[in-house]
Design a binder for this molecule. Structure first.
Ligand code: ZN
Length: 286
């Protein structure tokens, strides 16, 4: 699988979003408030077009529905951080979707590797759709800005993503050295090596943690693209690649999702379904 032909999703269409078929009357997302305007402004400045998480998921499912993909036939695989906040605030809002199959370790890098990706591919319904969602995360706290959030039941802000925050601290202190990650802290040390490889880019950025998060999201896509290329047996109809960043906010507020790449591939015909013309046609018709 290659993502070289993927195009930035400039506008996510929300007007055609399908009605959620939740089994509960109230989902976690429904109980969250809109972020204050200043928070939205800060998020949009760094991640233009980011949408409240549930709205973004609705819009993605609407896009898939227009391509003939039913959410009933989706197996959702995601490479997101192990941080509980990922699932606490953004539980799957469409329970008819199967999954998630978790690829992510710390920071959302797909540490399950080729074996995890092949296993996931074997679990997709026959004729169904495999969704690969790659989404590292970063916090934005109303009081503390980028890299922090107030979590439920706590009276202070904590780091988010903590794994990236810790690696960035070490990068600033020049205590990361070129080395092979050790077994005792393999994931964090892998992240540290990634930080070291991009240190100039990260440390010269106005918002170093934002830049580091973008680098991790690109790295996650690169790794997952390679792992997916190793999947030989694809007994499903469509593959969907969804790459972005989750922006976590304080506990009372909606999280956001910024989508960088979104593509659908017709597996049998090895054909990408969405191209620039598709996107232009859709955006101009809404
Ligand atoms: Zn994290």
């Amino acid at each position: 699988m290659t993502t070289s032909s993927l195009l930035p999703l400039l506008v996510i269409l929300i007007s055609c979003a399908p009605k959620r078929t939740t089994t509960a009357d109230v989902t976690p997302a429904d109980s969250l408030k809109p972020v204050p305007p200043a928070v939205n402004e800060a998020i949009q400045h760094e991640f233009p077009g980011a949408l409240p998480y549930a709205t973004a998921i609705d819009s993605i499912l609407a896009r898939l529905a227009r391509a003939g993909i039913s959410s009933e036939d989706i197996l959702w695989g995601q490479s997101t951080c192990v941080d509980d906040i990922t699932n606490t605030k953004n539980k799957i809002v469409h329970p008819e979707i199967k999954g998630p199959f978790i690829f992510g370790g710390l920071a959302g890098l797909p540490f399950t590797g080729i074996t995890g990706t092949v296993a996931f591919a074997h679990h997709v319904p026959h004729g169904g759709t495999a969704v690969l969602f790659l989404g590292p995360h970063i916090g934005y706290s109303t009081d503390d800005g980028w890299g922090k959030i107030h979590r439920h039941g706590q009276d202070h802000a904590s780091t988010c993503c903590g794994a990236l925050h810790a690696a960035l601290d070490k990068l600033r202190q020049h205590t990361i050295h070129l080395a092979t990650p050790s077994e005792e802290d393999y994931q964090e040390q892998t992240i540290e090596q990634l930080a070291l490889a991009h240190q100039d880019e990260i440390l010269s950025a106005k918002e170093p943690l934002v830049q580091f998060t973008r680098i991790v999201h690109s790295e996650a896509e690169k790794r997952m693209t390679y792992y997916a290329s190793k999947v030989k047996s694809r007994d499903f109809a469509y593959g969907v690649v969804l790459v972005g960043v989750i922006i976590n906010t304080d506990s009372a507020f909606n999280d956001y999702l910024w989508i960088d790449h979104f593509a659908i591939i017709d597996i049998e015909n090895e054909r990408w379904l969405n191209d620039l013309q598709d996107m232009k046609a859709e955006t101009s018709s809404h």
